[in-house]
Design a protein around this ligand. Structure first.
Ligand SMILES: C[S@@+](CC[C@H](N)C(=O)[O-])C[C@H]1O[C@@H](n2cnc3c(N)ncnc32)[C@H](O)[C@@H]1O
Length: 212
């Protein structure tokens, strides 16, 4: 049994406090200014975080893809995706989280990652489409009302046959996250097909959906 297993539910419930910043971008940026220093260390404490995130990316991202990573942060998900895709574009609101990502890109000399500093969806260039879109622990920062239009915007950014992969926690355990019912209803409303939801490692949730 993993050492972290007993602490997962406690940890994820405690994040409901910081997620009260939903839809409040200035507060979020301030929060991640401080959190950027210990983010990688903190999520690395639970080995299931990286493992399950990687399995979501394996489902959604295919070789040859141009992939968008929404709320890429320090780039944990971006790097996993860059091992499969041709090109990955990461977008994030927090300049501090992105600075950590920039440092890693230049250390590792990676050429297939581009980053956009700014808010999704507004900061994304117009007329750009993706084979796959991934997002890990970012959608929790949008209010339930904002999420309805968010999924429609994500759908419109996917090419026909494009795939969406989400990694997050279960809203049935920590109320700031989406419940299964909320995800299915929003994805269907946006037009997505082949919606698959898997609850894994006690608290995490992997979602895959497709645009036909
Ligand atoms: C918990 S971190 C997740 C980082 C990374 N995806 C991971 O799983 O390790 C959430 C990230 O979402 C970003 N974020 C929140 N709202 C955003 C928005 N509207 N547009 C772009 N990034 C956003 C935050 O700045 C933060 O870096």
């Amino acid at each position: 049994m993993s050492f972290w297993k007993p602490f997962r539910k406690l940890y994820i419930k405690s994040t409901d406090f910081t997620h009260s910043y939903q839809g409040k971008d200035k507060k979020l940026v301030g929060f991640y200014r401080a959190w950027s220093y210990c983010y990688d260390f903190s999520v690395g404490l639970d080995p299931a975080f990286g493992r399950e995130m990687k399995s979501m990316i394996g489902l959604a991202v295919k070789p040859g893809d141009t992939t968008l990573d929404i709320g890429c942060g320090t780039g944990i998900s971006t790097f996993y995706a860059s091992e499969i895709a041709d090109k990955v574009i990461g977008i994030d609101l927090s300049a501090d989280m992105m600075r950590k990502l920039e440092q890693k890109i230049s250390r590792r000399k990676l050429v297939n990652i581009e980053i956009i500093a700014g808010r999704f969806p507004e900061a994304l260039p117009k007329n750009i489409k993706f084979d796959s879109i991934i997002s890990s622990f970012c959608i929790v920062h949008f209010t339930p009302e904002q999420r309805k239009s968010l999924y429609k915007q994500i759908y419109s950014l996917l090419l026909s046959g494009g795939r969406l992969g989400l990694f997050s926690a279960q809203g049935e355990i920590a109320s700031s996250f989406e419940t299964k019912d909320e995800i299915v209803s929003n994805l269907e409303l946006a037009g997505f097909n082949k919606i698959e939801i898997n609850d894994v490692s006690d608290i995490y949730r992997i979602v895959k959906a497709e645009r036909q």
